[in-house]
Ligand binder design. Structure first.
Ligand SMILES: N[C@@H](CCC(=O)N[C@@H](CS)C(=O)NCC(=O)O)C(=O)O
Length: 209
């Protein structure tokens, strides 16, 4: 297998953390999004959608999308389980992973990609160019606040997001909370349960790479 990563971007970081939590070694190649290497002819042969992460599983069989890559790896390397074990735990982890992605990740991406000069005409990832819409950056900022409060409400009642053990939902939410720094957003001090959760995850080995 070959894992196509980017050391500075949040979505490949989710896969990188997942692989580290599994304790497995996968050959890794770094694609520098800052240098537009996602559009190099070599990488477009791997993923014509020009996005990361990508996992070559064999020959020309390639997976993109974190959830697809995680599902595949969980099947082959079930320990430790990161997608849940029984029906209810699996469903709850998927629910929180989706909420972290669409309410957290999309909010940060809206705020960042619609405001940062480096993202001019790159308001969405992928091969097509889209102009920035400043109102979407503003909306993204409002949504980040809502997301931080959603995490606080959940983590007041649960040690981890999906169930009582660490899972892919924590990886997704953690990576997007951390990436909030690119638009100067961090979990507010009064969100004490979420900040405690964030500190616990920051100390995991998988968060150091
Ligand atoms: N839903 C996808 C999101 C993938 C994504 O948005 N990747 C970004 C990096 S964080 C990307 O490839 N960006 C390329 C670009 O901006 O041109 C997943 O779960 O993997």
């Amino acid at each position: 297998m070959i894992f196509y990563d980017c050391s500075t971007a949040p979505n490949p970081r989710r896969t990188r953390m997942f692989i580290a939590e599994k304790g497995i070694e996968i050959e890794t190649r770094n694609i520098d999004l800052g240098k537009n290497q996602q559009f190099s002819p070599e990488f477009l042969l791997v993923n014509p959608r020009a996005m990361l992460p990508a996992l070559v599983i064999t020959g020309d069989r390639v997976l993109s999308e974190n959830i697809a890559i995680a599902t595949y790896l969980e099947e082959i390397y079930p320990d430790p389980p990161l997608l849940g074990q029984d029906a209810e735990e699996k469903a709850s982890i998927m629910m929180w992973n989706a909420m972290a992605e669409f309410q957290g990740g999309v909010a940060v991406a809206e705020a960042f990609r619609n405001s940062h000069p480096l993202m001019k005409d790159r308001a969405l990832p992928g091969p097509e160019n889209y102009a920035q819409i400043p109102e979407l950056a503003e909306r993204g900022h409002a949504r980040i606040g809502v997301f931080f409060d959603l995490l606080e409400e959940r983590l007041q009642k649960s040690v981890y997001l999906g169930s009582d053990r660490f899972s892919i939902a924590d990886i997704t939410a953690y990576v997007f909370c951390d990436f909030g720094r690119v638009v100067r957003r961090r979990l507010p001090e009064e969100n004490t349960a979420a900040r405690d959760w964030f500190d616990r995850i920051s100390q995991r080995e998988s968060a150091q790479i």
